[in-house]
Each structure stands twice: as structure tokens, then as C-alpha cells.
Design a protein around this ligand. Structure first.
Ligand SMILES: N[C@@H](CCC(=O)N[C@@H](CS)C(=O)NCC(=O)O)C(=O)O
Length: 232
């Protein structure tokens, strides 16, 4: 039975930049599973399967419908125990820290570097919803939130310092091989790379080399994706 992944659609049918969906595409590839993508626009939430929580990714595996990328990762390890995304309960617990570091600390820098570009890439019908929901969240116009992307990049580069120190010791966050903690991190790197032409990483940054390694995984799954980043 085939697996379906509900993914975030943009105006360009090939361009997909949702960081949470990228986590799951990498996780499915890690497991060696095949999947079919169902792109859904922000304003088409009624197309999501029940129980509909209003966000993507949603994974449909036969009769099972699972939302939320963290829950999906846990499901995949239970249902398909080969090639685990979390080697043990302790590594899952540690990946939780990576998740919240990314979501709470790193994610806002990405938004401050790229949110106007992310909106520009959306279908016209999604733009008013995106603007309104994000401006409510930021408490200001998105243009103002992104008004100093150079400064946001400095903050982004600085906040990655513990990652650089880790990568000096081991090739992946999870150790010698990539696992879900890496797919969480890759999700935000790919979000920026696919969603904005602004170069977030300099080529001499070890995080750039890490991203290159991640882009090459699974026969270049990430690298083959349509993207917008232009390197300076
Ligand atoms: N905690 C959720 C977050 C998912 C999420 O926020 N997805 C975004 C797309 S990147 C979404 O569907 N947003 C819907 C909206 O903002 O209306 C997860 O890990 O899957």
C-alpha cells in the first residue's frame, strides 16, 4: 500500500520548502520507503485528511493518518523498525532538544532572513492568509520583520556555533550517520535554500559543508529539489 505525504504547495508546482515536510521526506528516504506527495495550499486545508489538524506534513499509510512531523517520525520507527530514525529512547530524548533548539532559537532567524521571499513564492490566493497570520504572530508587517536580513544572518551564523563544534567531532548531529536530529536541522536549511535567494551560509562555513553532505543523501533527494538560493 502506498504512502502519501501531504506537503505545502507554492505557486510553482516543483517548489516545496516546508521545513517540517522536509524532515519527513528525508525520514522516508532514510527508511527506504516510497511515497507519493500531495501538495496542498495554505488556503486548501479542507483537502487534508481527517483528523484534520490544519498543518502539514500529514502522512497517510493505508488506514493510518498521522499529523505532526515529530509524531510521524515516531510512527515510522514503530511501523518500520529497520533503519531507525532514533537509535534508542535516549537518542530520541536528546533529539527533542535539537528539535526545540531549532524551532525556538534558529527558526526565527530563518524567518527574519526570508519571510518576504517565502510569501512571494506562494500562490496569489495564499498570500493574504500568509501575511495576516504571520503579521499577527510577529506583531508587525512582515517587511518590517525582515528589514535587516544582514543582521539576522549574523545572528543565524552565531547561533550555529555549537553545531560547528559538534561537526568538528563527527560528520552528523546524530554521530557517524545521519538520523532524525539531522533531518530536523536539514529541514530549516532546505527551507531557506528552497524558499529564498538570500545566501544564509558562506561557502567556508562548516555548516555549508554539512548541508552539502545532507543534500547528497539518498541519491541527492535534497539537491534535486527546486531551489532559489543564489550564492554570492
Ligand atoms: N508541529 C508541526 C508544525 C507543522 C507546521 O507548522 N506546518 C506548516 C507548514 S511549514 C503549516 O502547515 N502551517 C499551516 C498554517 O500556517 O496555516 C509539525 O512538526 O509538523
Amino acid at each position: 500500500m502506498s504512502i502519501q505525504l501531504y506537503d505545502l504547495a507554492t505557486a510553482d508546482p516543483k517548489l516545496r520548502f516546508s521545513p517540517y515536510c522536509w524532515r519527513i521526506k528525508m525520514a522516508l528516504a532514510h527508511k527506504g520507503l516510497q511515497w507519493e506527495e500531495v501538495p496542498v495550499h495554505f488556503t486548501e486545508k479542507d483537502r487534508l485528511p481527517q483528523p484534520n489538524v490544519g498543518t502539514v506534513p500529514v502522512l497517510v499509510d493505508g488506514d493510518t493518518v498521522i499529523s505532526d512531523s515529530w509524531t510521524i517520525a515516531g510512527y515510522l520507527d514503530e511501523r518500520y523498525p529497520d533503519k531507525p530514525l532514533f537509535a534508542c529512547a535516549e537518542s530520541k530524548a536528546t533529539a527533542m532538544l535539537v528539535r526545540f533548539w531549532i524551532e525556538r532559537t534558529v527558526h526565527p532567524f530563518i524567518t527574519r532572513m526570508g519571510v518576504v521571499d517565502f510569501m512571494a513564492a506562494l500562490h496569489e490566493k495564499d498570500k493574504p492568509y500568509f501575511r495576516e497570520s504571520r503579521e499577527k504572530r510577529f506583531g508587525m508587517p512582515i517587511e518590517q520583520y525582515m528589514n535587516n536580513r544582514e543582521e539576522a544572518r549574523e545572528g543565524f551564523v552565531a547561533t550555529l556555533e555549537p553545531l560547528r563544534a559538534t561537526l568538528a567531532e563527527q560528520p552528523y548531529v546524530a554521530g557517524s550517520r545521519p538520523a532524525f536530529a539531522d533531518y530536523i536541522l536539514f529541514g530549516i536549511l532546505q527551507w531557506m535554500r528552497c524558499g529564498s535567494p538570500f545566501p544564509a551560509l558562506k561557502k567556508d562555513d562548516p555548516v555549508f559543508a554539512y548541508r552539502e553532505r545532507m543534500l547528497d543523501l539518498f541519491d541527492g533527494l535534497g539537491r534535486k529539489a527546486a531551489h532559489r538560493e543564489q550564492l554570492d
